[in-house]
Design a protein around this ligand. Structure first.
Ligand SMILES: NC(=O)c1ccc[n+]([C@@H]2O[C@H](COP(=O)([O-])OP(=O)(O)OC[C@H]3O[C@@H](n4cnc5c(N)ncnc54)[C@H](O)[C@@H]3O)[C@@H](O)[C@H]2O)c1
Length: 444
């Protein structure tokens, strides 16, 4: 079966390579020529574990190729996946201009029955709009069907998530289109992946409700952590014990500097907006957004409060710039707010990330920031070390060396990766999220 995947970002490229691995013939299309040229040379435009090998294998076996010629590829495909970006429009809604542009291009290209599958996260009702938008602009009157197939992969483990998903959601009104898309995912039946077959609106809603719920867990535990700081409780014990209750579960109960990334912030905003538009308020989601914004501000204050005088002329080492480990994606990363705020208050920043420095530099620039090539280089001469992203390599730093390198031994661990008692024993002033009073009152 010939498939076109439009958009070679985190979702499109992983999905394209994954579908090729399922045995399909896939052309991944993007409008950015340099991106396609570099993919043709075997270069992956972002960091994602295992993706290079997956792409290489399927290119070598002749099932995966890259093109900027959307019309040509669509004309030769039975199924077209849309995986373009759907960013926030800045007013709480979703910018669907990339989806709309793609619809126009699809309409001018199709010559036979085509199934258009939406992988991009789009508000409820968008798939019906996609169908009518394409139908209104068809150059040739042919039958098209639309399927909603939201993607749940996580950056950092995207390949594994795509190849072994928790579930596959397929929504459509067309039995023919449903059968075709189910057939594409047939290899997943063998590993007993649950399939959810439903209508368009339910599939669209599943994606938003899932992301909103995950974001809720994060904001919930962040608020609990802040309260733990005030009352002398240890949020790790609290979260662990909560998680032992199977109705709650242990996942996504890690306090930190607030959620970022390309999905949760914009998807919670969009979900809240959908509720308002339908006069069915999502009060919890609105609160999650507010809590998250506050958490990011609180974490800035935590770092500033760790400096024993005003931040001007102080140097802060920032470890971790990507919004989470194992990705180079910095969209909505808590590091951006922290670094910008520190710079605005006159501090100097020494920053290190294993893979995200180029992206961060493009977004935030060089002014006031020294980018280091190792964690230790970033730490050198700093008055405070802030751990913002929990890359594995930060877990095992030689703390003796860290202390020697620092101008003053102050660590603000926004991901709670170190043990408060051990950090104190090593002579650090140590601040974290929701375990503060435990450290202050720890014996010894
Ligand atoms: N990133 C994630 O973890 C994730 C997970 C699940 C769902 N999603 C959703 O998937 C969608 C894509 O997200 P992403 O992170 O891959 O986005 P991205 O910004 O990384 O990639 C989008 C790609 O689409 C391309 N594009 C835009 N318009 C085009 C056009 N007219 N023709 C061809 N290519 C075009 C862009 O050049 C870009 O390469 C979004 O709706 C997002 O919400 C993302």
């Amino acid at each position: 079966m010939n498939i076109t995947v439009i958009g070679t970002g985190y979702v499109g490229l992983v999905a394209g390579a994954g579908l090729a691995d399922f045995g399909m013939h896939v052309v991944c299309v993007d409008k950015i020529e340099e991106k396609i040229d570099s993919l043709k040379r075997g270069e992956i435009p972002f960091y994602e574990p295992g993706l290079r090998e997956l792409v290489e294998r399927n290119v070598a076996q002749g099932r995966l190729s890259f093109s900027t010629d959307l019309e040509d590829s669509v004309r030769n495909s039975l199924v077209v996946f849309i995986a373009v970006g759907t960013p926030s429009d800045g007013r709480g809604g979703v910018d669907l201009s990339a989806v709309e542009a793609v619809c126009r291009q699809i309409a001018s290209a199709v010559e036979d029955y085509t199934v258009v599958v939406t992988k991009s996260t789009v508000p409820v009702g968008t798939n019906r709009w996609i169908k009518s938008t394409i139908q209104e602009q068809l150059a040739k009157q042919v039958e098209i069907d639309v399927v909603s197939n939201p993607e749940f992969l996580r950056e950092g483990s995207a390949v594994e998530d795509f190849m072994r998903p928790n579930r596959v959601v397929i929504g459509s009104d067309s039995p023919k289109a449903l059968a075709i898309v189910k057939d594409i995912y047939r290899p997943l039946y063998l590993i007993e992946t649950p399939f959810v077959i439903t209508n368009l609106e339910t599939a669209e809603m599943i994606k938003y409700a899932s992301n909103a719920f995950l974001a809720t867990k994060i904001s919930f535990i962040n608020e609990i952590a802040n309260l733990c700081d005030m009352v002398g409780a240890d949020v790790h014990m609290v979260a662990k014990s909560m998680g032992l209750d199977r109705r709650i579960g242990p996942k996504f109960l890690h306090p930190g500097p607030g959620f970022g990334g390309s999905c949760f912030p914009k998807d919670t905003e969009a979900m809240a907006r959908i509720g308002r538009d339908h006069d069915s308020p999502l009060t919890i989601v609105e609160a999650v957004i507010e809590v998250n914004a506050r958490q990011k501000r609180l974490m800035v204050e935590k770092v500033v409060s760790a400096l024993d005088s005003a931040p001007d002329n102080k140097t802060v080492a920032v470890l971790g710039l990507s919004f989470k480990p194992n990705t180079s994606d910095i969209r909505e990363a808590p590091s951006i707010i922290l670094v910008k705020e520190l710079l605005a208050r006159g501090a100097r920043v020494r920053a290190y990330d294993p893979v995200a420095i180029d992206e961060f530099r493009r977004e935030v620039g060089d002014e006031g920031i020294t980018y280091a090539s190792t964690a230790y280089e970033a730490i050198e001469g700093s008055h405070c070390l802030a751990v913002v992203t929990e890359w594995n390599e930060f877990r095992n730093l030689d703390m003796g060396r860290v202390k020697e390198l620092m101008a003053s031994p102050v660590v603000v661990d926004l991901r709670n990766i170190y043990d408060p008692a051990k950090m104190k024993a090593k002579g650090f002033r140590y601040l974290c999220v929701g375990r503060q009073v435990v450290y202050d009152t720890a014996p010894g």
